[in-house]
Design a protein around this ligand. Structure first.
Ligand code: NOJ
Length: 442
């Protein structure tokens, strides 16, 4: 169960979920500040105002990563710390925070992997329409170019967007995440402009000429048919079109899936594609970021041609199935579908709300068992030829889980949200041992 030489192990986080200090260091307001402060948006009424207070505790957090033997760390930059209004005037104090963090990581031999957009759009850009406005795509590319210039000497791994499926659909169609809209036309525009922003950022990265690698991180499920019928097999393909291919195909030069464009067009919603856009979005990338947490059983039905079928495996607190085989399955599928790209597992992990026992120890057995299962599957996919080079556990520590607030714990380190004390869980020790050995035989 040895992983290939040079395989990297790390953890992942995101700015709004851990930083707090929302009014410090010249940071501008983001759409998640606005959203979380509205009544009934977050189930426990919490916000990211303080979160894990990582803004003040980043040194301790990096030290913790080093203790766990982590080799790389994926984090995101809060756009509104750099450009408080989304564009125009830059805030040097915001940049300085990330420079301090990066220096700390490098001093401990941990490679930074920087996500440019993990959902905290500057509110000033939402005020002009957010991702539904084409100007947000250009503002994103300008912000990205600024960071390439300022940090590109120390950061060599860049991720443009985190999970465009989730922030476009949950934020613009279902309204359960920021900015809380429910409009199919806005959704189509947001999807296209987000993908355009990705492509423009990749182009700006190449123009900067410093080298390093850039890619996109998509949200994924491993889709499985509810039964062996040809109808279910077709439903699986529809699910892949709407949730997977919509965000992968254009990056790999195939445009948006026809089935999805048709669905939107029939409802009067249009992708505002201008000449040259699809070429921009297809600007070659260096790796594919894969986030995956579970599988989804699908069956025919509904206007999209697929619906979810009843789960058959035990459910985790997030509501999805404990399906550790899904990681290897998806990696095999995506490697084949897109010509064996270099893959980083930019997120995988387990929601396990285990709290400290009487002795203070946190025995998060579910997380441990499932993590091993996920990694066994991944190991198998690599043995079959998938080019996977790094794995980032979501997450370093329990944090603000968006609309679920602090009610869902994904950390291998426990966060006490009263005292903000961090305590490594049993899973952290197991993961550290795996990372050190580069093997599951520990
Ligand atoms: C995906 C998202 O990128 C991250 O922000 C979230 O916390 C995890 N999945 C867990 O749901």
């Amino acid at each position: 169960m040895q992983f290939p030489p040079g395989f990297q192990w790390g953890t992942a986080t995101a700015s709004y979920q851990i930083e707090g200090a929302i009014r410090e260091g010249g940071r501008g307001v983001s759409i998640w500040d606005t959203f979380a402060h509205q009544p009934r948006r977050v189930i426990d009424g919490s916000t990211g105002d303080v979160a894990c207070d990582h803004y003040h505790r980043y040194k301790d957090d990096v030290a913790l990563m080093a203790e766990l033997g982590m080799q790389t760390y994926r984090f995101s930059v809060a756009w509104s710390r750099i450009f408080p209004m989304g564009r125009g005037g830059v805030n040097p104090e915001g940049l300085a925070f990330y420079e301090r963090l990066i220096e700390e990581l490098l001093a401990k031999g941990i490679q930074p992997a920087l996500t440019l957009y993990h959902w905290d759009l500057p509110q000033a850009l939402q005020d002009i329409g957010g991702w539904a406005n084409r100007e947000t795509a250009t503002a994103f590319a300008e912000y990205a170019a600024y960071l390439f210039e300022k940090l590109g000497d120390r950061v060599t791994r860049w991720i443009t967007l985190n999970e465009p499926l989730i922030f476009t659909m949950y934020g613009h169609r279902l309204g359960v995440m920021a900015p809380g809209q429910k409009d199919l036309g806005i959704t189509a525009r947001a999807v296209h402009h987000a993908m355009l922003g990705h492509g423009l950022a990749v182009r700006a990265f190449r123009a900067n000429g410093r080298g390093g690698e850039i890619g996109i991180t998509n949200a994924n499920s491993s889709f499985e048919p509810a039964d062996g019928s040809p109808e279910c097999a077709r439903a699986v393909e529809f699910a892949r079109d709407f949730e997977t291919r919509l965000f992968h195909d254009p990056v790999f030069g195939r445009g948006y899936p026809a089935s999805v464009l048709k669905f939107y067009a029939e409802r009067g919603a249009h992708f505002p594609i201008e000449p040259g856009d699809m070429e921009t979005i297809a600007a070659p990338t260096d790796f594919l970021g894969v986030n995956l947490y579970s599988r989804q059983l699908v069956q025919p039905g509904g206007p999209t041609g697929f619906t979810s079928a009843a789960p058959t495996l035990p459910l985790l607190p997030m509501g999805y199935e404990a399906a550790p085989h899904s990681l290897g399955d998806f990696v095999r599928w995506v490697s084949k579908e897109y010509g064996n790209p270099v893959i980083y597992i930019t997120e995988n992990g387990v929601c396990d709300n285990t709290e400290p026992g009487p002795d203070g120890a946190i025995d998060d057995t579910t997380r441990m068992v499932l993590t091993r299962g996920f990694l066994e599957g991944l190991h198998g996919a690599i043995a079959d030829g998938a080019d996977v080079r790094a794995y980032y556990m979501w997450s370093l520590m329990d944090n603000f889980e968006w609309a679920f607030g602090f009610t869902k714990r994904f950390g291998i380190v426990h966060t006490d949200f009263e005292t903000l004390k961090r305590t490594p869980k049993a899973s952290a020790r197991m993961y550290a041992a795996i990372a050190r050995a580069n093997s599951l035989d520990v």
